[in-house]
Design a binder for this molecule. Structure first.
Ligand SMILES: Nc1ncnc2c1ncn2[C@@H]1O[C@H](COP(=O)(O)OP(=O)(O)OP(=O)(O)O)[C@@H](O)[C@H]1O
Length: 319
């Protein structure tokens, strides 16, 4: 498990990460999202001891990274796949990393096989394509068979087959009970990979919630309800929606305030679940002819939530 507590990083007058507290749990994929410059890479660098927090701390299973005895056996990371010594062969690169972390050389063949680079193990890394470099970075991350894995933009530059391969690998690692923390700007990819989301903007926490809850809480998520007594039901739902729901998903400034609107012979209900609507109707003995959950894509929910946090916004992209 990764736990960040009041994590803060300043570069001169820039506050890159601002009082950030969150946990990344084991056994699931946690997506780390935020607009350009939000502080994702800086956070990941602090998790890995590559940057010192100005304030606060981040622990991996209770210890700061710098205090881990054999870091690669606890934490594997893919940050910048190109930041390697281009003159070395893939095998030598992995051998150097293994030696420094008391990892047996026999593991190198295993990770090369895992990422599909066995045939090019003797080639110099400098001639590798971006996709091959990404695979080598993942081989390095997996070298110590770590419980905790961090991937910063892992599908960057990969072809569709490579993207599918990484997605499958990431899901498998989480299913094995590992802690998997992945940043990406590709929302369609995240929607298929992550179970849980941590969203930051301008260095601060915006959301920490399950994927389903994140999408449900968007104002674009609603339940379409059809009933022969829709006017009566609308009044009952409005009264019920005014009560607090007790939902525990942390969402700063959630836009989904409960509301009931009539659209022809259908009701459009936001901020209530289909089950809650069904309960209200059942208590009043009102028949329901339709209850349909209409959800936006992760991309639409994300754009709505981060609209005010984006550092750079092109003309015409603000709703
Ligand atoms: N070494 C540094 N010196 C000065 N400022 C920095 C440094 N590293 C990051 N920053 C600034 O900190 C902020 C957060 O940057 P960071 O790279 O962590 O964001 P990010 O969320 O990873 O962005 P992206 O999605 O574009 O990769 C930005 O304003 C960036 O310019």
């Amino acid at each position: 498990m990764i736990r960040a507590t009041e994590l803060t990083k300043r570069y001169g007058s820039t506050v890159a990460v601002d009082d950030l507290s969150f946990s990344v749990e084991s056994g699931r994929v946690t997506g780390f999202l935020g607009p350009n410059g939000a502080g994702k890479s800086t956070t990941m660098r602090m998790v890995l001891g590559l940057d010192r927090p100005t304030r606060g701390a981040v622990h991996i299973d209770g210890s700061p990274y710098r205090e881990l005895r054999h870091p690669l056996r606890k934490v594997g990371a893919l940050l910048d796949a190109r930041a390697v010594h281009g003159g070395r062969t893939a095998r030598d690169h992995l051998l150097c990393l293994a030696r420094g972390n008391s990892i047996p050389a026999s593991r190198i063949g295993e990770v090369l096989e895992l990422v599909g680079l066995t045939e090019v193990a003797g080639r110099r890394i400098g001639g590798f394509s971006l996709g091959m470099s990404q695979r080598l970075g993942i081989a390095a991350a997996m070298l110590g068979d770590p419980e905790v894995l961090l991937f910063d933009e892992p599908v960057n530059g990969l072809d569709p087959e490579g993207i599918l391969w990484i997605r499958t690998l990431i899901r498998k690692l989480a299913a094995e009970g590992r802690t998997v923390f992945v940043s990406s700007h590709l929302m369609s990819e995240m929607a298929q990979t992550a179970d849980h989301l941590i969203v930051i903007g301008r260095g601060r926490l915006i959301a920490d919630s399950g994927m389903g809850a994140f999408i449900d809480r968007s104002s674009q998520s609603y339940v379409r309800v059809g009933s022969p007594r829709s006017a009566e039901l609308a009044a009952l739902l409005s009264a019920a929606a005014a009560k607090p729901s007790g939902d525990s998903a942390a969402m700063v400034g959630s836009p989904a305030d409960p509301a009931v609107e009539s659209h022809g012979d259908r009701l459009r209900v936001t901020g209530m679940t289909a089950a809650e609507i069904g309960e209200v109707a059942a208590v009043a003995g009102i028949a329901l002819h339709e209850v349909t959950l209409v959800q936006p894509t992760l991309e639409a929910a994300y754009m709505e939530l981060t609209r005010d946090s984006a550092q750079y916004t092109a003309e015409g992209t603000r709703a």
